[in-house]
Write a protein that binds this ligand. Structure first.
Ligand SMILES: [Cu+2]
Length: 350
């Protein structure tokens, strides 16, 4: 109620000011003043522009520095350090150009305000000047684009063959990880093989499936080379690792990949962020349905020894089934290939 009253008072005040200005204008007209804007008006406006510059710059600097608390901590992956430095270089450049252009803009508006008897110098063109101010931004932007493309190429380059393969499986509304085990090869999977006991549709017939392990938490050994293979069951999801500066879409019917190397353990990151409760997180970054906001998985980056200990205790994909290693009852991959039109595309051969 108070808010509404404040709003009404503000609107009424604005209307009053507007009407007052109109009255003053009419008085001036009746007096027959033809000089609408005087030198003193220009001086006041010039000074106001300078104050706008100073207060605006101060405010912008203060709020930008204050917003630092919202940005992510240091990147925890090898390529993340590169993308961050590229981003910060861009920020520095933009801020520099912003300050130079805005200071000149408002300074000139103040310095060259209209004075009685002064006439503006007519200066329509200068080809040399135009050439310089076109060439310099063009060179800067081109180098940024070329370097950015090179960076993108490096980030998305194929993973080395010894990278540890982990599947990330997205569905409404959770994540499941599947580790490929000692053979470092994920067993076949197909959506037609999905049952309550086999939520990822892993084919038990495939010999590579035998040592695959399914987990509800994502653990990564620090410094290891990791190749993620992404799958989705229902709609498009997006695997987003904010602290690793990585994101990849998970698309039903196809395998997408992302290669990365984590560089900072959870424990070290807790010290860096001075937050003893800090945890890495994997989020879904595509609005995939009503519980999208809640689609996440805890991620732990730890030493190789701690990882081994944790991994030993994880369940094999077919550990719970009585005939572990035998064909899944619903369908085999051969049936699926014979029956389904697009089934081949759904089978992910690793
Ligand atoms: Cu999702």
């Amino acid at each position: 109620m108070i808010k509404l009253l404040i709003l009404i008072v503000t609107v009424l005040a604005l209307i009053t000011i507007w009407r007052l200005i109109r009255v003053l204008e009419l008085v001036r007209e009746l007096r027959g003043d033809d000089e609408q804007i005087t030198d003193s008006d220009n001086r006041v406006n010039g000074r106001l522009l300078l104050w706008f510059l100073i207060l605006g710059m101060a405010g912008m600097t203060y709020f930008t520095l204050d917003a630092k608390k919202y940005i992510l901590p240091v990147a925890a992956s090898k390529h993340g350090e590169l993308t961050d430095s590229y981003l910060y270089f861009n920020f520095a450049l933009i801020i520099f150009v912003f300050f130079v252009t805005q200071i000149l803009l408002f300074y000139f508006a103040w310095k060259y305000k209209h004075k009685k008897g002064h006439k503006a110098y007519f200066y329509p063109e200068n080809h040399k000047l135009e050439f310089i101010w076109t060439l310099i931004p063009a060179i800067v932007l081109l180098s940024l684009i070329v370097y950015g493309l090179k960076l993108w190429n490096d980030i998305t380059a194929p993973a080395p063959p010894d990278a540890m393969v982990i599947e990330l499986y997205a569905k409404q509304f959770d994540w499941t990880a599947r580790y490929s085990g000692a053979d470092n090869t994920l067993g076949y999977s197909n959506y037609k093989l999905i049952t309550d006991d086999n939520p990822l549709g892993v084919d038990a017939k495939d010999k590579h499936s035998a040592d695959d392990k399914i987990t509800r938490e994502l653990h990564l050994p620090v410094g290891a080379k990791i190749l993620f293979k992404f799958h989705a069951r229902d709609v498009i999801h997006s695997a987003y690792f904010p602290h690793l500066r990585a994101q990849m879409n998970c698309v039903p019917g196809m395998t997408t990949e992302f290669y990365l190397e984590p560089t900072i353990t959870t424990d070290s990151m807790r010290l860096i962020t001075k937050n003893p409760k800090f945890d890495y997180i994997l989020l879904c970054n595509k609005i995939c349905g009503v519980a999208h906001y809640n689609m996440n998985m805890k991620m732990v980056i730890e030493s190789a020894d701690d990882f081994k200990k944790w991994y030993r205790d994880q369940q094999l994909v077919f550990a719970g089934t009585p005939n572990a290693g035998s064909p899944v009852q619903t369908a085999s991959v051969t049936d699926v290939n014979a029956g389904g039109k697009n089934a081949n595309a759904m089978v992910s051969r690793q």
